[in-house]
Ligand binder design. Structure first.
Ligand code: WTA
Length: 700
């Protein structure tokens, strides 16, 4: 989830994450909550039991409006490329907008809250959203010549025009690829090239931490980067933060860049018929970091995805059309796609979009927004909760808002932080769902069902309806519940929200997510294809999962996934750098932060300038969110005899943990030298680190 500059200025101190959380007591939802909940009938467990799989998921698909009904719920003929609701036809834009007009035309669909507090919030009714989506779809179709199956890359901040753009694409069957606004132009250009987009959609500027950011600047870099990769961009559409007035100083390129508000004049009141799409037609791509240097485009399908986010928004987020729902994530991440745009709007909710930084101008801002708009469902990340708790622990009590429901997502939440969220933010009245899932998954995989299951601080709850999680050890043996042992959490079965493939890389899709626990590559039986999530987890005796963090070389920084290999490749583009290694370090606010180790080429001497170059290179190639907390220049990397960098040793030093056995290294002496560089000459007492840090780099 979104982390920002104002937040990151909080000085990180020693991490206080307990290694072994003790079993926590249960918290029960209030009778008032249960009474009004969309899902309060425990028969859901029976309805979604394995004997009713996969048919059980028709319950979600039936929440949508289809042009044609599917003939097959789940097609497993080409494992593990599962197909859902085959034969069905629908349109996502129609389901999120048009179908609500009869009943909810005058209700707010989106409320945009600008960061400057003097600018009033802007409400778009479903009727207004309908026209804005249609007009922009007309522009995409007629002005850009886009049609179903084409890809478009969108690099925009948190403004109402972002969901309008996405829904306009979906109306035409155009596959959108939204790149998080905080990523650099270069990162955007690489993704645009990978997806084969010839149109980029931008906004000229936006407010962040009190400053107007010139975002158009990044468009020119994105175009140049894409072209270097062989992908020509013929149009850049630029929304203006203030129509008719430029907010960026970066000039427009004639014949390539167009202000949307100017071109839109030609499409006023133009209706565009939604294109009936196959359930299996891709709806969007979302790039995420993985274990290699190159980000991968997770390809999500129209029917299964929309059904899954609609069902889970209704049952787990407990969204009713009468609710005012605010998810503070960024739409540039999967949480925003599923639980700001598609899920809430398919349920005719009012979805709040906030432009800026949560603690701008002060830590009371979120609670003022909630009070003013009557938000009753609130959704955010542990990083945001930790930060708001640190800078304004008493703020929530000053405001008169009433949440019935709160969500946490993206990282493990410490029980202490959970309790502050519950007691202070929720005022002891709101239920909390701790939802565990991933970009690849479309929607929630584990959570409590808020009107049915008791909550347990620090636990992500049970498998969602129709999701059958399991923990395997390295040999593929099940780790039983209540054993206290950690293992790899997997999902035994397919579900409608799972992504279809990695864009353009079927082989990597199979290798990364299925090969680890596949029992027979020729099997057409889904039971032989457990999905490997690359997270460590423990299963308590009561069936609740506690997620420990990544088991691969992805670092979860403030809920953002960063590939260590991506950061390392960026470092290696600095001419004086010979070797680079990135390790996660525990941080009180952001969960984990990246630290970088650099070894220089012969003849180079360590200096401040190299450190600065490494930092700015990462910021330009990836984005400010990837900025390392520290860069250490070391005489040599600890290496195995075969020359592999032992990242596990570096991670141990950075986290003041025991470095373990280093006698087998080719250069054991360097370890103490590095320790002194990082920790100083005085020997520090090592501590037992959290589970993910203990395992980091073990496979190397
Ligand atoms: C982590 C975000 C603990 C996990 C929706 C996962 C969590 C990665 C939780 C995916 C949670 C997500 N408790 N850890 N409730 N939710 N994670 O793709 O390590 O940005 O693999 O999707 O975040 O991050 P992604």
């Amino acid at each position: 989830m979104e982390m920002n500059d104002a937040m990151s200025s909080t000085e990180p101190t020693e991490a206080q994450i307990a290694v072994h959380w003790k079993e926590e007591q249960y918290y029960k939802p209030s009778p008032e909550f249960v009474k009004q909940a969309n899902l309060n009938d425990p028969s859901v467990n029976e309805r979604f039991a394995e004997k009713n799989f996969p048919k059980c998921f028709e319950e979600y698909a039936d929440m949508l409006t289809w042009y044609e009904r599917w003939h097959t719920v789940l097609d497993t003929s080409d494992p593990p490329f599962w197909k859902w609701f085959v034969g069905g036809k629908l349109n996502a834009s129609y389901n999120c907008v048009d179908r609500h007009l009869a009943q909810y035309r005058d209700k707010a669909a989106i409320i945009f809250v600008p960061e400057p507090e003097k600018e009033p919030a802007v409400s778009l009714t479903y009727q207004e959203l309908f026209w804005r989506v249609n007009e922009f779809a007309a522009l995409l179709k007629h002005f850009c010549g886009l049609k179903a199956g084409d890809r478009v890359t969108i690099h925009m901040p948190m403004v109402a025009e972002l969901p309008i753009t996405m829904l306009a694409c979906a109306r035409l069957g155009v596959i959108h690829s939204v790149v998080f606004g905080g990523f650099s132009g270069e990162a955007c250009g690489l993704r645009a090239a990978d997806s084969g987009s010839r149109v980029l959609i931008y906004m000229d500027g936006y407010y962040r931490g009190g400053k107007m950011i010139d975002h158009k600047f990044s468009a020119d870099i994105a175009v140049a980067t894409a072209e270097k990769e062989g992908q020509k961009i013929d149009k850049v559409l630029v929304w203006r933060r203030y129509a008719g007035k430029a907010s960026a100083v970066t000039p427009m390129v004639k014949g390539r860049d167009f202000y949307v508000d100017e071109v839109l004049k030609d499409y006023r009141g133009t209706f565009v018929e939604p294109v009936p799409m196959d359930a299996e037609a891709p709806l969007f791509l979302m790039y995420t970091s993985g274990t290699t240097g190159k980000p991968k485009g997770c390809q999500h399908r129209t029917g299964g995805y929309l059904a899954y986010v609609t069902g889970t928004s209704k049952y787990i987020e407990d969204i009713h059309p009468t609710d005012t729902y605010w998810c503070m994530a960024d739409i540039g991440w999967i949480t925003g796609h599923s639980y700001i745009v598609y899920g809430p709007l398919a349920n005719a909710a009012t979805s709040v979009i906030y432009e800026g930084v949560p603690n701008f101008p002060d830590a009371g801002r979120p609670w003022r927004i909630a009070e003013r708009l009557g938000v009753n469902i609130f959704h955010t990340s542990p990083t945001a909760i930790r930060m708001l708790r640190k800078v304004g622990p008493d703020e929530p009590a000053k405001y008169n808002y009433h949440f019935k429901h709160m969500t946490t997502v993206g990282e493990p939440i410490e029980p202490e932080v959970w309790k502050w969220y519950y007691d202070v933010v929720g005022k002891g009245k709101a239920v909390i769902v701790d939802t565990w899932w991933q970009t690849e998954n479309g929607g929630f995989l584990c959570s409590t069902k808020p009107g049915i299951d008791p909550m347990k601080p620090g636990s992500a709850g049970v498998g969602m309806p129709g999701i059958y999680p399991i923990i395997y050890d390295e040999e593929g043996k099940e780790v039983p519940r209540g054993s206290g042992r950690a293992g790899n959490i997997c999902i035994r079965n397919p579900w409608p929200g799972i992504f279809q493939t990695i864009w353009g890389d079927r082989e990597r899709f199979v290798r990364q997510y299925y090969s680890k626990y596949n029992r027979d590559p020729n099997s057409k039986d889904w039971h032989d294809w457990p999905y490997f999530a690359a997270d460590g987890a423990v299963l308590a005796a009561d069936g609740y999962f506690r997620i420990l963090g990544r088991v691969d070389d992805v670092i979860n920084v403030a809920g953002h996934r960063l590939g260590t290999k991506e950061l390392e490749s960026a470092c290696l583009t600095v001419p004086e750098v010979a070797e680079a290694a990135v390790v996660p370090v525990a941080d009180e606010i952001k969960g984990r932060v990246p630290e970088i180790y650099i070894a220089l080429k012969p003849g180079q001497t360590a200096n401040r300038q190299t450190v600065d170059t490494v930092v700015t290179t990462i910021e330009t190639m990836i984005g400010k969110i990837a900025r390392p907390s520290k860069v250490h220049i070391v005489p040599d990397m600890p290496k195995t005899r075969s020359g592999k960098i032992m990242r596990r040793v570096l991670a141990a030093i950075s986290n003041t943990m025991d470095t373990g056995d280093i006698t087998t290294l080719a250069n054991p002496d360097v370890v103490e030298q590095i320790r002194i560089t990082v920790q100083g000459t005085e020997k520090r007492e090592t501590k037992e680190g959290p589970e993910d840090l203990k395992h980091f780099g073990k496979e190397e």
